[in-house]
Design a protein around this ligand. Structure first.
Ligand SMILES: [Zn+2]
Length: 493
């Protein structure tokens, strides 16, 4: 007994002595140089050599080769570059590996990283090398900002100031970090704290309007899903006056980063669409997720045919819930749908590329030639319209007992919350059948996997709507059933 006790004690003591950890530090000693100074410390690597790799893509479905921005890499042990993304460190019997390097970052927006005199923002996959052999190891990040700048991120604090912890590398890189003289707001919905931070250095905006609008979006969407799958959530906004590109957003596990260019005025109303879309990703794609996106391969493309659903149907619900939450009028909403129809019908490639194929080939979206109207369609655009058609088909076939709402909630309850992924090609058809008992396989096949024209007029009729060119309008004398479907669809009741 004694002996055994002693052995146990030895074991208990042995664990901390050899426990591995990865610590990252991101410093900004000279913001005007646009170069982040990175330090990686691995205690007790335990294996040699240690290979560290910088991802080639993250978030955005584009191979961007982040390693092209690495400079002046140094280590406390011999190092050899193995390929464009991989460095090999011969740690020998050393029980510490320390690596430092710089990364040039000067691209504004949610998809990239930026450092300048007034602001820093980073997606950690752009800057921080992964240790693929130890992908599941917990990691720590210390941010070292210039004096007077604040840090905003959804990462949890790790004890010491400006140090954060993540379950592993995947978690770390899914939590972007904003640094600067930030405006911050907070509010609470169903006991869950939400925070908003804004880098508004470059622009005056209506703070009250922003807070009210985001709160309304959060209330409407969490009410619709009847679920808040996180303990807290962070909105990171970058506002600009128009000298730097377009607008966009990137979804993350418990945050989103959104960049918007304004053209005159203090109103933030133009942010509503992207905020509603990104926040809906909290369920659709971050949790209701196709098999093709898991596990994330940071070093080559993940292929999926399901982005028409993960992105397009996210846009469908983003807009529809703005309508239901009162942030779009009925007419504004119908006009927005009309514009989507117009957009698809004006692209010749709708006759050659299906929604599923558009999703598969998203990796080409960075090329100008591929983006031409006769080469490709947008899975956001066609996916949104497929969402509309499936929704009205289900309402029509079930006498409005079921809808796409039933299906998305079913996916959340029976896939997301049970950590089940859906199958890329036909998983959504299957979920429709499971949730409603309806067989819409023929329609699903046609909309998603073929280039047949979408039957707008035929499907819209169920809700008492018709097409005048590509404009949607209400029919003059709707039947009670058409009225009932229209009201239920637009109000969610
Ligand atoms: Zn999206």
């Amino acid at each position: 007994m004694r002996r055994m006790l002693l052995l146990l004690l030895l074991l208990v003591q042995a664990v901390p002595a050899f426990s591995q950890s990865i610590r990252y530090s991101v410093a900004m000693p000279q913001p005007s140089s646009h170069v982040f100074r990175i330090e990686i410390t691995i205690d007790h690597p335990g294996i040699t050599p240690v290979e560290l790799r910088l991802p080639v893509w993250n978030g955005l479905y584009q191979v961007r080769d982040f390693s092209q921005f690495v400079q002046n890499l140094q280590a406390n042990v011999p190092v050899k570059r193995v390929d464009k993304d991989t460095w090999r460190f011969s740690v020998g019997s050393d029980d510490l590996l320390k690596v430092t390097y710089g990364v040039f970052a000067n691209e504004w927006g949610a998809f990239s990283s930026e450092l300048n005199e007034s602001h820093a923002f980073f997606n950690s996959a752009d800057l921080l090398m992964m240790w693929p052999a130890k992908r599941s190891l917990p990691v720590e990040l210390t941010v070292r900002p210039p004096a007077g700048w604040q840090v905003s991120t959804s990462l949890a604090p790790a004890g010491s100031p400006l140090t954060y912890k993540a379950e592993n590398y995947d978690h770390l890189v899914d939590c972007p970090v904003d640094v600067g003289k930030l405006d911050t707001f907070t509010f609470v919905v169903n006991d869950v704290p939400f925070s908003i931070s804004v880098d508004g250095n470059h622009r005056e905006y209506d703070r009250t309007e922003l807070q009210t609008m985001i709160q309304q979006i959060v209330r409407t969407e969490t009410g619709f899903m009847n679920d808040i799958p996180v303990g807290k959530y962070t909105f990171l906004f970058h506002f600009n006056d128009g000298d730097r590109g377009s607008s966009g957003g990137m979804e993350h596990r418990d945050s989103t980063a959104i960049h918007t260019v304004f053209r005159g005025g203090r109103s933030v109303r133009t942010v509503a669409g992207v905020a509603a879309h990104e926040f809906f990703h909290l369920w659709n794609v971050k949790r209701i997720r196709p098999m093709g996106l898991e596990p994330v391969d940071y070093f080559k493309e993940n292929y999926t045919t399901a982005l028409w659903f993960s992105e397009g149907v996210t846009s469908y619900y983003g807009d529809l819930l703005l309508r239901r939450g009162g942030l779009l009028s009925r007419q504004e909403y119908l006009n927005a749908l009309s514009e989507e129809i117009q957009a698809l019908q004006s692209r010749a490639a709708r006759k050659t590329q299906s929604a599923a194929e558009s999703s598969l080939l998203t990796w080409y979206d960075k090329y100008d030639y591929y983006r031409q109207p006769d080469q490709s369609i947008s899975y956001y655009n066609k996916g949104l319209l497929i969402g509309l058609l499936l929704d009205l088909r289900i309402r029509d076939a079930s006498d409005n007992k079921f809808s796409l709402d039933t299906v998305i909630r079913h996916l959340n309850e029976n896939y997301a919350r049970k950590e089940r992924l859906f199958e890329d090609d036909y998983g959504i058809a299957r979920a429709i059948a499971e949730a409603t008992g309806l067989n819409l396989d023929r329609e699903y096949q046609s909309y998603v996997h073929t280039t047949e024209e979408l039957p707008y007029a035929e499907v819209l009729r169920a809700a008492g709507l018709e097409l005048n060119g590509s404009r949607i309008r209400e029919v003059p004398n709707p039947t009670p059933r058409q009225k009932r479907i229209l009201e239920s669809w637009l109000t969610g009741r």
